[in-house]
Design a protein around this ligand. Sequence first.
Ligand SMILES: Nc1ncnc2c1ncn2[C@@H]1O[C@H](COP(=O)(O)OP(=O)(O)OP(=O)(O)O)[C@@H](O)[C@H]1O
Ligand SMILES: [Mg+2]
Length: 314
Amino acid sequence: MTSQAIQTQGLTRRFGATTAVDHLSLTVETGEIFGFLGHNGAGKTTTVRLLNGVLGADGGDIRVLGLDPAADGPKLRARTGVLTETPSLDERLSAVDNLTIYADLYAVPTGEVNGRVNGILETFGLAERGREKVGGYSKGMKQRLALARAFLHQPDLLFLDEPTAGLDPVATQEVHDMILHVSREEGRTVFLCTHNLVEAQRLCHRVAVMEQGQMVAVGTPRELAHTIGADMRFTLEIAPDQVETARAAVIPLAAVSAVETTDAELTLTVNDREAVPDLLAALQAAHVRVYAVIPQQTSLEDIYMALHRRKGQA
Ligand SMILES: Nc1ncnc2c1ncn2[C@@H]1O[C@H](COP(=O)(O)OP(=O)(O)OP(=O)(O)O)[C@@H](O)[C@H]1O
Ligand SMILES: [Mg+2]
């Protein structure tokens, strides 16, 4: 058993003059939630389709769950679940019927279908209205049903293409909880395309950033922050009557590029981690008592924007 759920090497797909996916070399480890980020048209959906074998590549190699999607499509799709950008549900049928048909299609053993369908409707908060026609569902309910369908045959690997697009905050939270559940409790691998950087930051172990078919960065949010040379920010907790003394002590230090204060806190931005011990020494010399040093994580949004700007300058 390979520990890599997905591996691509030089994966390329063109549509006429557009190179939708351009020499993409990517590895997704088994069990991780991997975020696939990028602007509209960056190549995310095309990549998902290539990885599932519903679209052929113009070049490069792909292994998904140890299989070649082009040659072993049906075998692969039995082990992957896909939530597409615009999932099609039969609106004339109930959720139970939609899922039952799908269970048959995906060869869920007949004796297990009822239990599996009812169980998943329960998990996704749709059990009460499971016998109503899907046409009468809200957008959030339809999305949850589509997600339930992708999970139904208990795939090892889930492709979720913008699973929370258009959902309200409560429904979004519910979908997040479900993604975390299948990852943490069931050990499934999740490949998540999203525009929502807060979502990616919250859910993903690692993320890749795509621009015009090319992967411009990949890693944990922390690694990416390091790659872009993001400034480090941290907050110091100090006594209220020492805030001004502290500010005066740190302002002369060259590495400090910004100082923000509140009544008992100082938030500093420095451009070099080596500045931190110097800063603490300067504060100690000024007899400032520091009660806590709290690092402020660079947000994925900051990272994404920085990468985008950098690409623009290239
Ligand atoms: N079937 C197709 N025919 C022609 N061009 C296509 C086709 N599918 C994708 N493309 C083009 O390939 C590029 C990548 O599209 P893709 O749908 O993969 O992007 P995406 O990152 O999923 O975008 P979005 O965030 O808008 O969903 C775009 O320029 C798109 O127009
Ligand atoms: Mg897309």
